[in-house]
Design a protein around this ligand. Structure first.
Ligand SMILES: Nc1ncnc2c1ncn2[C@@H]1O[C@H](COP(=O)(O)OP(=O)(O)OP(=O)(O)O)[C@@H](O)[C@H]1O
Length: 227
């Protein structure tokens, strides 16, 4: 396994969470605002403490944080941020070939020489993806990585995450963009959580229990909608 939570809790958000992430698998984390999805990623990253239980990680972790804009006056280019992720040690120069490869991989070459703070939200998101891949991660934690991307870049991002040999834990507000690649779903609701395949989790009776009220999962034009 690449990461494991055992009987893990962050009070008062969630408790009794058992999750083992195997190499290469794609786990989607869903649930309404404020249930603790980002907090879960933080506990795997080590930036948030569990209030009980344990978490262990066996490998290099890449992180795509939830969208927030770089300061508009940040005096560095997108390329420099990726170079820092490739070579974080002070006074050392990053391998520019590696930086160029990462930028090309995420489709950021054309805007990488502009200052990071003046890039669009989606362009900044692509720079963050390149940073996350810089250390050849074995586990990628992605916090709503599709949020500010157009449909074609959303598709490319999902394909890139799925094609990468790393395991992926991806927080997303909709299952639809990841339906074709997801192995398991962790759905966190106000009344608990459940882990399983899409077919096991995305059901009206399962989500109704997690929300503590009637919830319908319906298919509209091949898309799953939670009502
Ligand atoms: N560092 C922190 N210390 C204390 N409470 C926090 C901290 N970070 C977040 N919270 C709180 O924990 C709760 C869960 O936040 P979190 O960001 O994990 O939810 P989320 O499920 O990712 O939400 P969203 O879908 O809105 O991004 C929120 O009420 C939030 O205010």
């Amino acid at each position: 396994m690449i990461a494991e939570l055992r009987d893990a809790a962050v009070a008062p958000l969630w408790a009794g969470l058992d999750l083992t992430i195997e190499p290469g698998e794609f786990v989607a984390v869903l649930g309404p605002n404020g249930v603790g999805k980002s907090t879960l990623l933080g506990t795997i990253l080590g930036s948030r403490r569990l209030t009980s239980g344990s978490v262990s990680v066996n490998g290099r972790v890449g992180f795509i944080p939830q969208q927030h804009m770089f300061p508009a006056d940040l005096p560095v280019r997108g390329r420099d941020l990726v170079a820092l992720a490739v070579e974080p040690r002070a006074m050392r120069r990053a391998d520019q070939g590696a930086v160029d490869k990462l930028l090309a991989q995420v489709g950021a070459t054309s805007f990488a020489d502009r200052r990071a703070g003046v890039l669009s939200g989606g362009q900044q998101q692509l720079i963050r993806q390149a940073q996350a891949f810089a250390q050849d991660p074995e586990l990628v934690l992605a916090d709503e990585p599709l949020l500010s991307l157009d449909p074609s870049r959303q598709r490319e991002t999902v394909e890139r995450l799925a094609a990468h040999p790393a395991a992926v834990v991806c927080v997303t507000h909709s299952i639809n963009p990841v339906l074709g690649v997801v192995d398991r779903v962790l759905y966190i609701g106000p009344e608990g959580h459940v882990v399983g395949s899409v077919d096991e989790v995305m059901r009206s009776e399962v989500l109704s229990e997690l929300y503590g009220t009637r919830v319908d999962v319906v298919e509209v034009d091949g898309r799953m909608v939670v009502l």
